[in-house]
Design a protein around this ligand. Structure first.
Ligand code: CUA
Length: 346
């Protein structure tokens, strides 16, 4: 069940955040499940890409306010100037006025053209060829979780995207199944992942923090549960994370619950889908080599707590509708052992 204290706090200024967190907490308690509350906002940008979009948004907002003022002024003038004075007299009727029709066609075209210039420029600028020092990340949208692979660092992980602040990140977006849309609002705009095509985002995160993301293209039963967490760190923290991810996962000591869990993992169906460094090579589901270092499970849907992990291992599709990981009908003891093993994978 949800406890008020376990609601994750938002990053950055965002009006109404706590009310939304409470609403999400209520949703969690109704489903009997402690959900990750994932406050998202485009109004507190934390990357150059997000800042660029935000600036365009504000610029358009001011232009629109000017247009609104102009329209309201003209409207008020017309209402007063041409009000009915004599109910018996029919006012002059205007039909097919070429000047008027031209003006209300040309004016919106001009407005949209002015808006298009900075917008299109930003779209191209955020998928330019990345600078030489960029951190390359291959992002893959799966039904229903995000995979992150760092080809130059030989790291493969899921849901938690670690990025160093101040260094450009070159994201290559793809999907093997359906169209997803990568979106971490505080780091920038949405970009789709059409199967068979690689799309790109180049962005530089500016501020360390935890920023939540969400698949933004309807992609099936658990589209709403396809989430991610961007962890933006100082370069030193990022290096420490990289070192941890590159280490071989620990082998549990004989006689421990984790050792029993390793046996469950290797003798069961788990190995067919999941990779764990030195143990298995399955490539259907998330790589679990450093599962214990992640903050969430089930594609960012649930905080990684012992209760949630147990519940997930018992019956994944019951927790996350449509989840491809089947109910393996594990015994309670096997579930406990498996949870201990996964948690030990730091
Ligand atoms: Cu993936 Cu919606």
């Amino acid at each position: 069940m949800m406890h008020a204290g376990s609601v994750r706090r938002r990053e950055g200024g965002w009006p109404g955040g706590s009310a939304l967190a409470r609403l999400a907490a209520l949703g969690g308690s109704l489903t009997g499940c402690e959900m990750v509350t994932a406050p998202t906002t485009t109004l507190a940008p934390k990357s150059d890409f997000a800042r660029l979009s935000h600036d365009i948004f504000l610029r358009i907002l001011w232009w629109d306010l000017g247009i609104l003022l102009l329209v309201v002024t003209v409207l008020l003038f017309v209402v007063v100037r041409f009000r009915e004075r004599d109910p018996q007299t029919m006012p002059a009727q205007v039909r097919g006025h070429a000047g008027l029709e031209l003006s209300w066609t040309v004016a919106p075209v001009l407005v949209l053209t002015v808006i298009a210039f900075p917008t299109v420029r930003a779209v191209f600028r955020t998928q330019d060829a990345p600078p030489a020092n960029a951190l390359r990340v291959r992002v893959t949208g799966h039904q229903w979780w995000w995979e992150f692979e760092y080809p130059d660092l030989q790291i493969r992980t899921a849901t938690d995207l670690h990025l160093p602040a101040g260094r450009p990140a070159a994201l290559e977006l793809r999907s093997p199944d359906v169209i997803h849309s990568f979106w971490i609002p505080q780091l920038g705009g949405k970009r789709d992942t059409p199967p068979g095509q690689v799309n790109r985002i180049v962005l530089t995160p500016t501020t360390p923090g935890t920023y939540y993301g969400q698949c933004a293209e309807f992609c099936g039963a658990s589209h709403a549960n396809m989430r991610m967490v961007a962890v933006v760190e100082s370069p030193a923290e990022f290096e420490a994370w990289v070192a941890g991810q590159r280490r071989a996962p620990p082998t549990p000591a004989d006689g421990t619950a984790a050792a029993a869990g390793l046996r469950v993992f290797t003798t069961g169906a788990c190995v067919g889908c999941h990779a764990i460094g030195g143990v298995s090579g399955g490539a259907v589901g998330p790589d679990l080599s450093h599962f214990g270092s992640r903050t969430t499970i089930a594609g960012g849907m649930l905080p990684k707590t012992p209760e949630n992990l147990t519940r997930w291992l018992r019956d994944p599709p019951e927790v996350k509708p449509g989840a491809l990981m089947p109910n393996l009908s594990l015994s309670v003891a096997d579930v406990q052992a498996l949870a201990a093993y996964l948690e030990s994978l730091r």
